[in-house]
Ligand binder design. Sequence first.
Ligand code: NI
Length: 149
Amino acid sequence: MAVRKIVMRGDELLKKKSKTVTVFDEKLSELLDDMRETMYKYDGMGLAAPQVGVLKRVVIMDVNDMFFELINPVIVSAEGEDVEQEGCLSCGKIREYVKRPFKVKVKAQDRFGYNIEVTGEKWLARCLCHEIDHLDGILFLDRVEQQKS
Ligand code: NI
């Protein structure tokens, strides 16, 4: 395992759309293990592959002491509304209030390609939305801008 360098805001790579994962191999496992080490090293709640320079639909999260690895995650339902302060490992110390759904259901795959489903409320829902946004080139600060206008 290795700590990877985090891509910071301003880098065009963070605005790109990530590609669907079709091969569940050793290289994917290595990416996931490295992302885990990187997230814990920088004390993050979540990390998306583009944040370590890899444009693949891969995210990891640690919310409420539960660890998640999600490949090709898709939000299949969302309900309610919640506003909390968010940050991001790619955005330094910036914290802003962001409106997100209170509850989301996400379908994804695990590192072996098996289907999984995660339903989360409050911070888990927020983290799922934040990380999945990264896969579409969207930062939480973009959401803040949208919600101001
Ligand atoms: Ni982030």
